[in-house]
Design a protein around this ligand. Structure first.
Ligand SMILES: Nc1ncnc2c1ncn2[C@@H]1O[C@H](COP(=O)(O)OP(=O)(O)O)[C@@H](O)[C@H]1O
Ligand SMILES: [Mg+2]
Length: 229
């Protein structure tokens, strides 16, 4: 088994003084390349905090994160941004599309950040949109898409850099159940067919049940782990 991400004694404290809050209190976990993992727990348990740390979007107060064996502390500034952009794709409940840009522009953004040339950006973004059945929407403004179409555009954007890991935070939280199921099918298809590791934050037990493994978070700690039978 190749470990893609690991966390050792991860702590995260927000605020200070009387407002101090310990969102993570010593989390240990490993995520293997190619697996699908659900991070499950009630609202406020620390799921998103944990995901943000694993995705190198935030820094722990204490503890270590390793990305493919490398201590994340050795990744700073531009190297950190590059590692995040190159290794990870992101799918969030709130989509985070730029409303007044076209779908194509939104999907090209990670490539622009990575310094990919204009022509290549267009070609690769169009290919990612094709994979999601969204080529006909490429010129539409993101604001005009339905929820399901928005999440497809987001997945195309997550895919465009050929990521090894996709982080999804409540990816179906803003979708009706049929659309949500279709989005889930797309994510698990990417895992199955392309070996992309999935780390899915959810409080939806059905979505969690589709993953190879479930990590249960409660009050800032992993209190249980459960693999598929
Ligand atoms: N930036 C922040 N400042 C202060 N408290 C925060 C911040 N982000 C999250 N928290 C708190 O940390 C706890 C865990 O939050 P979060 O990781 O978002 O939980 P979950 O995703 O499981 O709902 C919550 O009590 C939340 O209010
Ligand atoms: Mg959350």
């Amino acid at each position: 088994m190749t470990v893609v991400l690991s966390a050792t004694d991860l702590h995260k404290t927000y605020g200070r003084g009387v407002g101090i809050f310990e969102a993570l209190k010593g989390v240990n976990l490993e995520i293997a390349a190619g697996e699908s993992v659900a991070i499950v727990g009630k609202s406020g348990s620390g799921k998103s905090t944990l995901m943000h740390l694993l995705a190198l979007m935030d820094e722990p107060t204490r503890g270590t994160i390793r990305l493919e064996g490398a201590d994340s502390r050795t990744l700073r500034g531009r190297a950190r941004n590059r590692a995040r952009n190159k290794t990870f794709g992101f799918v969030f409940q709130q989509f985070f599309l730029t409303a007044n840009q076209t779908v194509l522009e939104n999907v090209m953004l990670p490539l622009k950040i990575a310094g990919v040339g204009r022509k290549d950006r267009r070609r690769r973004a169009t290919a990612a949109l094709a994979q999601l059945g969204m080529v006909d929407k490429a010129r539409n403004k993101a604001v005009n898409l339905s929820g399901g179409q928005k999440q497809r555009a987001v997945i195309a954007r997550a895919l465009v850099n050929d990521p090894r890991v996709i982080f999804a935070d409540e990816p179906t939280g803003n979708l009706d159940s049929a659309t949500g199921a279709a989005v889930e099918d797309i994510l698990f298809g990417l895992n199955r067919d392309h070996g992309i590791t999935l780390v899915i934050v959810t409080h939806d037990p059905d979505l969690a049940a589709r993953c190879d493994r479930r990590i249960y978070v409660r009050d800032g700690l992993v209190h249980d782990e459960e693999a598929a039978a």
